[in-house]
Design a protein around this ligand. Structure first.
Ligand SMILES: [Zn+2]
Length: 211
């Protein structure tokens, strides 16, 4: 893939596909976006929200970062990029759903177990990966002796989704809206091998195929 391929891709999009969206896009320009969904996914190039969910412009507000992690609510004055997206989606766009979507073969989850030898050079990445440690520790406690390495990673990826949902609830406005029935949180797991999604069922306490 070269940069020129992207330019050609855009020309193709503009000529062939954009006309299908033109009317919707005009309305979105006139009245602004009103997405009902905040999608939180991994930056991994194999995770393609609009493609895998067959959504169109205006449907989803999207946050992607390393590992689809959510930092706990904090009031300090650092630059909180992910938290700013969440705050904007919840408090200004008034989304009704937040989908926290993990995925199989996630490099961030693998790195929780296999840090590169020069890891100390990556100060931002190392700090960020701390957000996956509780999931890793739980996965090791539950499955560490039973499974091979790859299975342990799959379990960590799924457990992390639940830990990130807990972090979402540390945002006072999210907790308030969830309790008021104005906002729903969803834990999804995208399997890059076959393009399918599993959804967390809170009653069954496991990921299941959606109906
Ligand atoms: Zn990932």
């Amino acid at each position: 893939m070269h940069i020129t391929d992207l330019i050609h891709g855009n020309r193709h999009f503009q000529k062939v596909r954009f006309p299908h969206y033109e009317e919707d896009m005009s309305a979105l320009v006139r009245s602004g976006q009103k997405p009902q969904i905040l999608f939180i996914g991994c930056s991994d190039s194999r995770v393609t929200p609009d493609l895998m969910l067959d959504t169109k412009p205006g449907d989803m507000f999207i946050l992607r970062n390393v590992g689809n992690f959510v930092p706990p609510y904090s009031q300090n004055s650092d630059f909180h990029g992910s938290s700013a997206v969440i705050e904007y989606a919840v408090s200004i766009l008034n989304v009704r759903h937040i989908i926290l979507c993990g995925h199989s073969h996630c490099g961030a989850c693998r790195n929780l177990f296999e840090l590169p030898v020069d890891a100390k050079n990556y100060i931002h990445l190392n700090k960020w990966l701390e957000l996956g440690e509780s999931a890793r520790n739980e996965a090791v406690a539950l499955h560490g002796n039973l499974m091979d390495r790859e299975q342990l990673y799959r379990e960590t990826e799924k457990l992390s989704i639940l830990h990130q949902l807990e972090n979402l609830l540390t945002f006072p406005e999210i907790e308030r809206r969830v309790e008021a029935g104005e906002l729903s949180l969803h834990g999804w797991y995208y399997q890059i091998e076959d393009g399918s999604i599993l959804c967390y069922d809170g009653n069954l306490r496991r990921f299941i195929e959606p109906e």
